[in-house]
Design a protein around this ligand. Structure first.
Ligand code: MN
Length: 255
């Protein structure tokens, strides 16, 4: 078997300890390349930079930084840095903070993996839920175990695995679906030094609903959560119902 080619990125930026721990953990599995944002890019979602040129800089052998988003990094890696080579796996993280429930839509960490899935590659996003201290050991170990399995068994095209690791020592692993939460304070109003009003979005600790089988529930129980996500966001049940209803529509007639 040829040496697997693994691409690593994140949204916390190249200098975050999470991506360094992840790259080190995957090193023995194959040829690891890191292409990551040169600074913090959390909650930038799936943004792609089209209005200005991007710069790439090599900071270590096979380690590059870009002045763009996580999605930019995947696009630059696949379309330029590793162009013409078959990438076997893309892993994004380890994010400092959870990416569960509806937050996966805002997450740059998840979006980097999502971009890989859009491009037809197996992808994993991995996040460490905040605890009293950041210990990337258990998350790094699990990233390696999961990556090894995905490399050996492959993955359904267009699917990515969203992993959240609880603080402390995980009690086990469960496969989950996305849960639900709400933030206790949506917008906080303040005053800037010049006396003008300003606003912070996303204040307060999120409150999650205790729904069995969800990522939040798994983390609450001290378990590693693995949620398969798909690039196809079509609501197939709704589509069938709409098509059945639309069969009776006559758009030519005006009442
Ligand atoms: Mn982040």
């Amino acid at each position: 078997m040829t040496t697997p080619l693994i691409l690593v990125s994140n949204d916390d930026g190249y200098n975050s300890p999470g991506i360094q721990a992840l790259a080190a953990a995957l090193d023995s599995l194959g040829e690891v390349w890191v292409v990551a944002p040169d600074r913090e890019n959390s909650a930038v979602s799936h943004a792609l930079t089209l209005g200005r040129p991007l710069r790439l800089a090599t900071v270590a052998p096979r380690h590059l930084v870009a002045d763009g988003t996580p999605t930019d990094c995947i696009a630059l890696a696949l379309g330029h840095v590793l162009k013409g080579r078959a990438v076997d796996l893309v892993v994004s993280g380890i994010n400092q903070g959870a990416n569960m429930g509806d937050d996966v839509h805002y997450s740059g960490t998840v979006s980097a993996a999502f971009e890989a899935a859009v491009q037809g590659l197996p992808a994993i996003a991995i996040s460490l839920v905040s605890g009293s201290r950041w210990d990337f050991g258990p998350a790094s170990h699990f990233a390696r175990v999961l990556a090894e399995r995905v490399l050996a068994r492959g993955m359904t095209s267009g699917t990515l695995l969203n992993v959240n690791v609880p603080p402390g020592v995980p009690k086990g692993v469960v496969f989950t679906r996305l849960g639900k939460h709400r933030y206790t304070e949506g917008v906080i109003e303040d005053t800037d030094p010049r006396g003008r009003p300003c606003y912070w979005i996303g204040g307060g600790e999120p409150v999650w609903e205790r729904i069995p089988g969800t990522d939040f529930m798994a983390i609450g129980d001290g378990l590693i959560s693995v949620t398969p996500l798909q690039r196809d966001m079509t609501d197939h049940v709704q589509l069938g119902e709409l098509q059945a209803v639309a069969a009776g529509w006559n758009l030519e007639e005006r009442a």
